[in-house]
Write a protein that binds this ligand. Structure first.
Ligand SMILES: Cc1ncc(COP(=O)(O)O)c(C=O)c1O
Length: 502
């Protein structure tokens, strides 16, 4: 399997290294000590790869436990670009030569609508129960609202039930909680790669759970109808591969709409993946955090909760959050829907550490209840703005002759920059990424999503027109070899004002 040289900066969310020798019963610390010293010689597998998030980390603090060192290592090696961005953030007036962030998947298009709605008087309630210890699953009034919200927006055939809902502070915590309560240490989830790479650490840091990547190809072959297509055959092969390496797979993670591809699964595909999981007794964690960010209406998104019948309801666990669909990644609200009461209770038990303040629970209930505002104001405007931003970036890429996946969901475009790599290696991918960063535009490189083909990049488009234009100008400069820190062109401001009054 591919390994980045130890000195090379890289995201920590890569699925690296050989199968761990750490068995489920082994002591956490012992296992990690072994990981510290191991060197891998394995080559990139064609079809699957058993992840080992700790394969290259260096232990450098005597103050920390072995577990603490791994956790710190993830932080240290994480998000080099994001840290650079935080120190030199672009600001139209105060720092016009700062870094434009087209790397972080956030929706910055609708703050005006959100701040107006969240500032209304019905949002603030102070009463004793909201200031006291809550039910760790979440206040009943909120779980009732979440159940109604999901029933409506997921188009569930029967009303969803509040007792199947747990609320907590975002999907990252939920990945961590589910991994911990569903798997033994050392066990794994299957996941199609490329995928939102931070899941590697979400499932690993507390749960010591790993990911088995089902590597997808950009080339359309065999039964495929689109690039990077997941199929049951590929899932079967990855499962067999993990099994042959002695890795116990406990579940399958599906991201729908997919990050970074922007693909959405058809009901038939969903059913096939769920049937595959049922045949093998696997849990399925379905991440629908972008479900309301399908801005191309004709695509007809289907939530897993809209299916007439789930093949294995006791092993199907759905997550959603306001982080993406409501552009509130800093508010930290997420929810689990599962019919499995043991799973709901175990996750709720961890909500003692991941719970939400009573006041935020109240606000979220008010927000989710307001279907009129969501349907008539927020969603139409959000979708129109996402579509306009997508159209702009897609047009820029087309003008540059860059192939990309033209999808209608999510906040990002998955672009093929392979022709800009002198050699098809992840080192060259990283060098290109550095050139973007040096030219003050932050993108995400494919390796961070565990893409097996070097040269793919994710560009986030859900930002205001002036930043998007400047970011794309800097991207163009790098690709055309004319890079230097660009001035914010004067027309951007006027354009921005026009866009805002559209
Ligand atoms: C697919 C996916 N799932 C989960 C998350 C994390 O969500 P949250 O901010 O609610 O923790 C992200 C964030 O980028 C994501 O892209």
């Amino acid at each position: 399997m591919f390994r980045v040289p130890e000195k090379e900066p890289r995201a920590p969310n890569a699925c690296l290294g050989p199968v761990s020798t750490q068995g489920p019963d082994s002591n956490y610390g012992d296992g990690l000590e072994r990981e510290c010293s191991r060197k891998s010689t394995q080559k990139l597998p064609e079809l699957y790869g058993v992840g080992d998030p700790t394969a290259t980390f260096s232990c450098d603090s005597s103050h920390l436990s072995s577990r603490g060192r791994v956790i710190k290592w993830f932080w240290d090696s994480a998000e080099e670009g994001y840290r650079a961005y935080r120190m030199d953030e672009y600001d139209e007036e105060k720092n016009p030569h700062g870094i434009v962030n087209l790397g972080t998947s956030e929706n910055k298009l609708c703050f005006d609508l959100l701040s107006k709605r969240l500032s209304q008087s019905d949002m603030l309630q102070v009463e004793p129960s909201l200031l006291q210890y809550p039910d760790w699953r979440g206040h009943l009034f909120l779980r009732e609202e979440v159940a109604r919200f999901l029933s409506f927006y997921c188009k569930s055939p029967v009303p969803l039930k509040p007792e199947n809902v747990v609320v907590l502070n975002g999907c990252a915590s939920l990945f961590s909680a589910l991994a911990t309560v569903l798997c033994e240490a050392g066990e794994a989830f299957l996941i199609a790669a490329p995928y939102y790479g931070a899941i590697t650490q979400h499932v690993y840091l507390y749960g010591n759970v790993r990911l088995v990547c089902v590597y997808l190809d950009s080339e359309v072959t065999g039964q495929d109808t689109r690039p990077f297509q997941l199929s049951v055959e590929k899932l079967e092969m990855a499962l067999q591969g993990a099994d042959s390496e002695g890795v116990k797979v406990k579940g399958l993670i599906l991201i729908n709409p997919q990050n970074p591809l922007g693909d959405i699964y058809s009901p038939e595909e969903l059913r096939e993946y769920l049937e595959f999981a049922r045949r093998h007794g696997l849990h399925v964690v379905v991440d629908e955090v972008y479900m309301l960010s399908v801005f191309e209406e004709s695509l007809g998104y289907h939530s897993v909760l809209s299916l007439e019948r789930l093949p294995d309801p006791q092993r199907t666990h759905v997550m959603w959050a306001t982080s993406k669909d409501f552009g509130m990644s800093g508010l930290r609200f997420g929810t689990l829907y599962t019919e499995n009461q043991d799973v709901a209770t175990a996750v709720a038990s961890l909500c003692r550490y991941h719970g939400l303040s009573g006041l935020v629970q109240y606000q979220m209930a008010r927000l989710l209840q307001d279907h009129d505002w969501i349907n008539q104001v927020y969603l139409p405007e959000n979708h129109a703005r996402l579509k306009a931003a997508h159209t702009y970036v897609a047009g820029e890429l087309q003008a540059l002759g860059i192939p990309f996946l033209n999808r209608g969901a999510g906040f990002f475009i998955w672009a093929d920059l392979r022709k800009y790599l002198p050699e098809a290696t992840f080192e060259e991918e990283m060098l290109l990424w550095h050139r973007f960063l040096d030219n003050k535009v932050l993108l995400s490189f494919g390796k961070a999503f565990e893409c097996k083909e070097p040269g793919w990049f994710r560009l986030v488009f859900s930002d205001k027109a002036h930043r998007l234009r400047l970011g794309m100008q800097r991207v163009r400069q790098v690709l055309q070899g004319t890079s230097q820190v660009a001035e914010d062109p004067p027309f951007c401001q006027a354009q921005e004002q026009r866009d805002q009054h559209r």
